[in-house]
Design a protein around this ligand. Sequence first.
Ligand code: DOR
Ligand code: ZN
Length: 354
Amino acid sequence: MSEATIDRLVIDTPDDWHLHLRDGAALSAVLPASARQFARAIVMPNLRPPVTTTAQAMAYRERILAARAVTGPGSGFEPLMTLYLTDNTAPQEIVRARQAGVVALKLYPQGATTNSDAGVSDIRRTYRTLEAMQREGLLLLVHGEVTDPQVDLFDREAVFIERHLIALRREFPGLRVVFEHITTREGAQYVLQEDDQNLAATVTPQHLLFNRNAIFQGGLRPHYYCLPVLKGEEHRLALVAAATSGSTRFFLGTDSAPHAAVLKESSMGHAGCYTALTALELYAQVFDEAGALHHLEGFASHHGADFYRLPRNAGRVVLERRAQTVPAAVPFGDTELKPLCGGETLAWTFAGSL
Ligand code: DOR
Ligand code: ZN
């Protein structure tokens, strides 16, 4: 059957391997959308203050579970907790983290993105902690961009590979590393070419669907601004080829990053695209256009769980080729949130769980 004639897809329930859930009223506003489509999510620790200790991660997990109980559907949604790696994260914290069920640490180079002031100033300072992670089996999730002001914004990912990632992989071959939200041909090639079963990457829907022209089309469009920033078309095509190839080294991570619309539409607009509302539909569009719908289930539901060494989900979800219009705005505490592609029509619709 040609893929153009596929109008219903039933896949194992997917997981989101990179998600910003925020806290308080914002958490309650965005949690139901992710819980509707995904069984589990890797929850990013860049709160203010950041989640740097196991105790903080456990308290945050309790707040997420409390919000989940109030917001109804998707009550089985499981948050997978992470810690924010700093220059001072002690190796002993890693043992506590593993015992408490924390699965990974997130490395933000200092100043690279939203709430990253407490991030790592020099990766070598964390080497004793990385050694403990390698030993304890915790994963390292990497925001792979250098912050050197001499390096052009669009080159920061490629330079990060050369300056840091290659050395880090050599030093800790047993450490499982997820190169988060890759955005470049260099990123995709690096992950593909290394014969390294401990290296994988997440890819966001916005980096698969859009190139950097989207930010400037007819005027400045802040809802297409995220970090790492969208790249040129050659990079987008390389990401689509990698994500839809069936390679087990690539998996779904939305990086859904909600910011109040007023904070994005300002003179210092915040970085982040809110994609959780229609996450699966956005990915389905990419795989459909690439003629690779048969690889969507691996990318969305299998590769991530296998890499994290967690069981695959038991349930299934349904996607239908049925047009829907993405809401232009949704409530977000006492303000509003504008989803990526708000007001536009998508070809696929999430039709629930079986
Ligand atoms: O665009 C982004 N937004 N990139 C990140 O790395 C962080 C995220 C956020 O937390 O808003
Ligand atoms: Zn993120």
